[in-house]
Design a protein around this ligand. Structure first.
Ligand SMILES: *Cc1c(COP(=O)(O)O)cnc(C)c1O
Length: 430
């Protein structure tokens, strides 16, 4: 059993930070997301420190979509992070968390007129994903007499070894402007009255466990930056996106450390800017790496069934953690109240959703399980609660955040009333 340092075992119980997970489950109920704030702080320091060791002008934009809870955003804001935001909601939450507008980058391939107007109004930089969007943004800025700083999102046409649903830099991806069309895009940005082409942006995908594609990506960006200098674009920042993966299978996954990541990308970046004679800020947009391992999902066994397989039927399913169903993802699971017990048999941990695919973990060797036991699902902090739903009319669960000996809600559990509140009876049914 390999546990990350903020997870420990005492008296047969799994602990997170200074807290007994079985007590947390009793106190707050299950299912329950539990986040250790200290772990996020450590992760942030380590990743930004690894990059800062090479270059002072690093800006870390946390990818808010990984976990958008305000308390998480506040922790990262207090560390000096900005945010990579994808929606009006994420812009609003990041600002509410205390992040400054100029430390946000509004991303996405399909922004609405109101998204663009919000960016202009708040002074948030925009990663522009098409020439159509450029024209719309120029008009929106012109309408209120402002100028907007933009980057174009480049599609570097790089293949990366990850799940195809989260590879974003493939030639066929919906994201970005093909590298071959980028110069024309910057020409148009230079000509636009209310646009300042301040940066260049790229993001090649998520859960990438090899640093080499990141180095290739930076190489592409440096080449393009050189071409841009020739046409008179003076870049203030180069944004290399996020995507650094984590070892979900601690026993067998090889995952690069932040130091190895920095060791791969920074020399390419530093040599490149030295040759070009420029000193732009380097922006990075980690999501998963900062928050994934900070959080566990606690779920209680409702029943055990011996069939072709032995199922432990628990109270959390893909309504709360969709990654296994959506990406075939692996999450480590432990019997949180039987950490010292012998591993007896293989269980499939099955959720309460009316779908065959509602399996959180398949064929895992665990102690003998019984109704009432608590299962901890590890590394649930990124794309966990953030991707949850009310499918099967299940209210979403609570989220708890820990800081040292403090434990408190950062989101209360939804109730049945929360399900029905936005529903309307159409007048002809009344
Ligand atoms: C999702 C996303 C990220 C973060 O990806 P991680 O794999 O969580 O690090 C960064 N930038 C953009 C543009 C994204 O879409």
């Amino acid at each position: 059993m390999i546990l990350p340092p903020h997870l420990t075992v005492r008296g047969g119980h799994l602990r997170i930070g200074e807290h007994d997970t079985v007590e947390l489950a009793e106190r707050f109920g299950t299912p329950l997301y539990v986040t250790d704030e200290m772990r996020i702080r450590k992760n942030f320091k380590r990743l930004s420190g690894a990059l800062n060791d090479y270059y002072p002008d690093i800006r870390v934009l946390y990818a808010a979509k990984a976990n958008g809870n305000l308390a998480i955003l506040r922790v990262l804001a207090s560390m000096g992070a900005g945010a990579d935001v994808f929606s009006a909601g994420e812009v609003t939450l990041a600002l509410a968390a205390g992040m400054r507008p100029e430390s946000l980058l509004f991303n996405g391939s399909s922004k609405s007129p109101s998204d663009l107007a919000l960016a202009v109004e708040k002074g948030v930089r925009v990663s522009v994903d098409s020439l159509d969007e450029l024209r719309q943004l120029d008009r929106a800025a012109g309408a209120v007499g402002k100028t907007v700083d933009i980057a174009f999102r480049v599609n570097p046409e790089i293949t990366v070894p990850t799940h195809p649903k989260i590879a974003t830099g493939l030639a066929t991806s919906k994201f970005g402007i093909p590298a071959g069309d980028i110069l024309d895009a910057y020409h148009q940005a230079l000509a636009a009255e209310h646009i300042n082409p301040a940066g260049i942006h790229c993001h090649i995908g998520s859960q990438i466990l090899d640093v080499e594609p990141f180095a290739r990506e930076v190489d592409v960006l440096i080449d393009l930056t050189g071409d841009l200098i020739d046409i008179g674009v003076d870049l203030a920042f180069i944004d290399i996106g996020g995507g650094l993966g984590i070892p979900y299978r601690r026993e067998t996954d090889f995952a690069p450390t932040p130091e190895e990541y920095a060791g791969a990308v920074m020399p390419v970046f530093l040599n490149g800017i030295r040759e070009l004679g420029i000193a732009p800020e380097l922006w990075v947009e980690p999501g998963r790496w900062l928050v994934a391992d900070s959080t566990i999902l606690l779920t209680r066994v409702n029943s055990v069934k011996a069939a072709h397989k032995t199922f432990a039927n628990v109270d959390a399913g893909f309504n709360l953690l969709i990654r296994p169903a959506m990406y075939d993802s692996y999450h480590e699971v432990f019997a949180a109240n039987k950490m010292d017990a012998c591993l007896e048999r293989e269980y499939s941990i099955a959720g309460p959703i009316c779908e065959t695919g509602d399996i959180l973990a398949e064929d895992r060797l665990l102690p003998d399980l019984a109704a009432g036991d608590i299962i901890a699902v590890l590394d649930a902090g990124a794309y966990g609660f953030a991707m949850s739903s009310q499918y099967n009319s299940r209210p979403r669960c609570a989220e708890v955040i820990l800081s040292g000996e403090n434990a408190g809600l950062m989101r209360r559990a939804e109730t049945i009333d929360d399900l029905t509140a936005p529903m309307e009876i159409p007048p002809w049914q009344a």
